[in-house]
Ligand binder design. Sequence first.
Ligand SMILES: Nc1nc2c(ncn2[C@@H]2O[C@H](COP(=O)(O)OP(=O)(O)O)[C@@H](O)[C@H]2O)c(=O)[nH]1
Ligand SMILES: [Ca+2]
Length: 409
Amino acid sequence: IFSHTSPEMWFQGLFPPSVCPANANVDTFYGIMFDAGSTGTRIHIYTFVQRSPDQPLELEGEIFESVKPGLSAYVDQPEKGAETVRGLLEMAEDAVPPSHWKKTPVVLKATAGLRLLAEQKAQALLSEVREVFEESPFLVPDNSVSIMDGTYEGILAWITVNFLTGQLYGQNQQTFGILDLGGASTQITFLPHSKETLEQTPVDFLASFEMFNNTYKLYTHSYLGFGLKAARLAALGALEKEATDGHMFRSSCLPKQLEAEWHFGGVKYQYGGNREGETGFEPCYSEVLKVVQGKLHQPNEIHRRSFYAFSYYYDRAVDTDLIDYEKGGVLEVRDFERKAKEVCNNVDSYSSASPFLCMDLSYIAALLKEGFGFGDSTLLQLTKKVNNIETSWTLGATFHLLQLLGVSH
Ligand SMILES: Nc1nc2c(ncn2[C@@H]2O[C@H](COP(=O)(O)OP(=O)(O)O)[C@@H](O)[C@H]2O)c(=O)[nH]1
Ligand SMILES: [Ca+2]
């Protein structure tokens, strides 16, 4: 069982852990979780304290660092890919005191970028990372380097957000759903309240999960190929074509005169604007609509649940001043469409930002409305951090890991 650091412990941050008066009699634990995402690799080093054996572990803080590109960009240089992990792991040697190295578990979970690679190439990358782990001074549990099932990606992010917002313990539990938009896949997860949802949902969209002495039966799904960057390729038609070399993929979502190239998942793509044809919101929206229309399950109950949205939902909302980078904010689904219109109908005045801004916003609007079936006025809480901890599946995964290792229960 876990709980938040209590407010009266505010003074802890002022002292190094070893001399902090509050730490005189407490045990400190660390957990290292790597997120090998499609666009980058990130290390999350969590610190937990246990004040006495019969008290729950408390999450004390997080150290976070990241590198780009992700492991999948090293598809043909697995050793070089693993070196990026080694660099981040060296940071952990500074963050965790040497006396704790041997009992601090280190785990890496890869998501959609590696799911999309040929099995053999993905395994070669993972086995190089495994070697880096074995050479480190940390505890390497069985199966510590793997590709995570998409179902867990959603569940664990749901655990993180609901833990950080205090919904998993105490009275008045009112859980939030989560929307995660990665580079290569996207997840939707919520706790259904209505019997209809449970009855009308295909079984592979429901998953039971045990955490903090509770069993949660969640609606969750990870859509592979529906992440923001994968959707760009789908909208450009670059996924249907076998040979991408030398071919110019054009879209009405891009600035008319643009011609450029882009590397994703180890492949080079050339793309450009619709020199002769139409541009602007209308044609762009119908392009991105084709990517999502009729392809996603639409649970009715989402109209009555509240959702937290992060990752690319957050990043694009920041890019277009819909929310503040530090504070995040609350948006309606229609705000993304409104912004998409504004940007797409004036692409040239936004060309200093990413040339994909119009396409990305249009895709987000289409995904929310036509993909998941959200209403225009559904409220989304855009959040990057809660209590200074990243809203990422990695925290949920670390809880799960410590539970498995018997550090907590
Ligand atoms: N809040 C938050 N966002 C993150 C973190 N790590 C990655 N992201 C976001 O995740 C998005 C990229 O998705 P990625 O994980 O690379 O692709 P995936 O493999 O398809 O999930 C970007 O919007 C990043 O800003 C994190 O620790 N915290
Ligand atoms: Ca991710």
